[in-house]
Design a binder for this molecule. Structure first.
Ligand SMILES: Nc1ncnc2c1ncn2[C@@H]1O[C@H](COP(=O)(O)OP(=O)(O)O)[C@@H](O)[C@H]1O
Ligand SMILES: [Mg+2]
Length: 351
């Protein structure tokens, strides 16, 4: 264990920003906190950094209680969305700052920084003024400045939010590579679920100060613990259904105008649904679980088509008010608005 939050709470006035959070971050792990704006992500990071004191609970670093440690004594360094670089210093001076205040001598600083500047591909920008850098370059400098002091834990608060889409993807891959190469422990906050899945060892999904689920990106995506997680992470379809019969081997269901039997492994029950038992339920399935199939029992009609390159997203009319979202590989299927087609479902969850 590197970091452990035990029953951590924070209230601002009447807003319960974080509610009795229990969370352990393993050494060398990149843990992503993801959730909609206002769910408490930044507050959690600030409590880890020591900028905001929790109202209740304790924070441990390697078994030591660090709840009341001042920020400068903590093993953490934060990388912010707005970079928080010193505008009156050049690139080199920005990166050197942390080492200088720690009393490292000039020669040692220089040696140390060269390596980081190379790794971050900013070695030819030493003398550059911060204001003369692009957003991506600033973020590289901010990352080098944070990592050069060898913190035990890196905290990221939406570090890529001000970058354009393509650069965001490139930078997140770089951050992940560097984190894995150095083995540094990191807590990474984002509201972008795709970014969360792409870089995390584990994802913690937050909702209104509570942790809804924690798990690997695959667990979160394929086995969402609640309808909130299913809806927030990725895309999906919620469909009213009736569970007619659930035997050991087979289930009988009615939905989308059809009654059909499936092997019981076709259906995954969430914790919520197990309690509900038989009867009226909500089925959830991902857009890629809908597969055009001439033998499929469901009949749909294409309402709209969005070509996304590798995949194509369709809105499909199928015996319910809300159109269904279907994703197919563009090389495999091309349907046009107005086309009727048959499809099957590879599986579903019950909420
Ligand atoms: N300094 C503060 N004073 C009052 N309310 C705050 C303060 N900081 C955060 N909040 C409130 O706490 C909640 C969580 O905020 P925050 O941790 O910033 O969420 P996130 O980073 O997930 O968007 C929000 O409702 C926000 O308005
Ligand atoms: Mg925030």
């Amino acid at each position: 264990m590197t970091l452990a939050l035990k029953e951590i709470s924070k209230t601002y006035g009447t807003v319960e920003a974080v509610k009795k959070l229990n969370l352990t971050i393993q050494e060398g792990e990149l843990l992503v906190l993801v959730g909609p704006s206002g769910c408490g992500k930044t507050t959690i990071l600030r409590m880890l950094a020591g900028i905001v004191p929790p109202d209740g609970g304790r924070i441990f670093f390697q078994q030591q209680d660090m709840t009341r440690w001042p920020p400068e004594n903590r093993p953490t360094v934060t990388v912010f969305q707005d970079y928080a670089l010193f505008p009156h210093m050049n690139v080199y001076q920005n990166i050197a700052y942390g080492l200088k205040v720690r009393g490292m001598n000039k020669g040692a600083i220089q040696q140390k920084i060269e390596g980081f500047m190379k790794m971050m591909q900013i070695e030819d920008m030493k003398e550059r003024n911060i204001n003369a850098l692009s957003g991506g370059q600033k973020q590289r400098v901010a990352l080098a400045r944070a990592m050069v002091v060898d913190p035990d834990i890196l905290l990221f608060d939406e570090p890529l939010s001000s970058l354009d889409a393509k650069l965001r993807v490139e930078m997140r891959e770089e951050i992940r590579q560097i984190q894995q190469k150095t083995g540094i422990t990191a807590v990474y906050v984002t509201h972008d679920q795709e970014e969360a899945l792409a870089i995390a060892d584990r994802v913690a999904v937050m909702n209104q100060g509570l942790m809804e689920q924690i798990g690997s990106p695959e667990e979160i995506y394929y086995q969402p613990a609640s309808a909130f997680v299913a809806d927030f992470i990725g895309y999906g379809n919620f469909v009213p259904a009736t569970l007619q019969e659930a035997m050991d081997e087979t289930v009988t269901l009615s939905c989308l105008g059809q009654t059909f039997q499936q092997h019981s492994s076709w259906l995954n029950f969430s914790d919520q649904a197990v309690e509900a038992g038989n009867g009226n339920v909500t089925l959830f399935f991902r857009p890629e679980s809908m597969v055009p199939d001439p033998e499929g029992i469901f009949s749909g009609k294409v309402l709209q088509k969005s070509f996304l390159g590798a995949s194509t997203r369709y809105l499909v009319e199928c015996n319910q008010e809300t159109p269904l979202k279907m994703d197919t590989l563009s090389v495999l299927h091309q349907l046009e608005p107005g086309d009727p087609f048959q499809f099957s479902l590879t599986g579903a969850m019950v909420f």
